[in-house]
Write a protein that binds this ligand. Sequence first.
Ligand code: SF4
Length: 491
Amino acid sequence: MKSHSHAALIIVGHGSTTNPDSSSPTHLHADSIRRRGLFREVVCCFWKEEPNMREVYEMVDSDVIYIVPNFISEGYFCQQVLPRELRLDGPTTHRDGKTIHYCDPVGIHPNMTRLLIQRADEVAPHVPRDQTSLVIVGHGTSLNENSTKAIQDQVALIRAGHYGFAEVIDAYMEEAPFVAEWAKLTTAPNVVVVPFFIADGLHSFQDIPVLLGMREEVGAALSEIGVFHQNPHELQGRQVYYSGAIGTEPLMADVILDQVNDFDAKHQVTDKIGMPNDEVKSSLAFWLNSGLDEIGEIVITTNADGSYSLCHIADRGKEDLQVHHEAHDALFIARNDASGTFRPLHSAPTLNRGWRLDLTDLDELRLALDFFYPAAIGMARALEREKLAAVPLREMLGRQTGMYRFANTITDEQAHAMIGKCCANEKCLRRILWPLTSTQPMANEAASKTQPNHAPNAIPLLCIEACTHVVSAARKIARQNHEANQPKSAD
Ligand code: SF4
């Protein structure tokens, strides 16, 4: 891999507001690439989690940015949603002095073949390939024909590559050939089943095991990674080996890099390399020197040797804390609240207590803070420079498509009440910077949320665009409006 030490890499994942496993592979691949030092900056952003696709640009200061979608196929998300949210106008976008390259999604790269073979060998070691049927499983739906195409392409590549399997087939949850008919579709005594998904979740934990006959019905007990560790399963006189989603394979990090290399080759990229100034990091250092030592629920202690220690503000001065030493640990500290419930909203005032994070230098500190409060440092810096652009609520709701396309039909009064409720300080510590429209400020219950709400010694948490929770709430209200306006039946 050619070094891109002048550039930032943004990996885009789908994420989830309910399932932490959804974003985990994207974070892990980012960490793997970051440790190789090939890029100046490596960050993630998500459709359903933080940071979102508007905020992520505030996290990097490189002038050249590569974006790789960690998605399985081309189609609705990669061709419409991501370019719209990331404000891209083609393979390469020039904006605000930045050059932004938009690469193909990982799932369509030919090197996915290597991963599928490796995954099959891992899950069924020492099982002869010539007595094995390899089944690659996708969701399958008429809504996205590209997802089946990505799998069909892989099946064709493995067949053409003569890897020695008795047969290689594709199968789907919701369209023919159905995975539920695997026994009729395959002939070998051993069957290896690999879900062609980016992350493990309900489909790989529950739905596919039920369709294969490994489980009789979907149940809570199947929401465990253990379902992949019970191989082989004896089913219908065959030995069935079941693997986790292909996107959890560590080598996916290499496919992300392959997509960057292929982009460079295809578009003959010759970016003029100018090193940026580490401006975000410089701002953080300046604030710490100026006495700002809090952000959200965290207090930052600068130690005499130049290292840093972080803990929950309520744990300041406590000795009996569990000590961590890696910036990446912040991701896991921030993941769940004290009851073990997933925290999709990092700025919710529910950060766990009882930990201390010791970090060697400013780079590690910046990385950890971006895990605790994604993009917060970059946004605070941009605000200070009067360069932070907030998106009015109506504009944000108005660009929604699919099931959220009616979200902008709520009234102004409903919008203010909704923001007052969803964004209350007891639920989110960010300060809203966006108005209702470009000419209408927030009013009523929402007005107070636009005022500074942080301590004088704190770096502020800012909100430049309504998040996925607010969009969902608006959709719910719009739906209730629609139902209330339906004509009543005659009786
Ligand atoms: S929209 Fe509201 S709840 Fe969501 S991040 Fe912004 S302030 Fe917080």
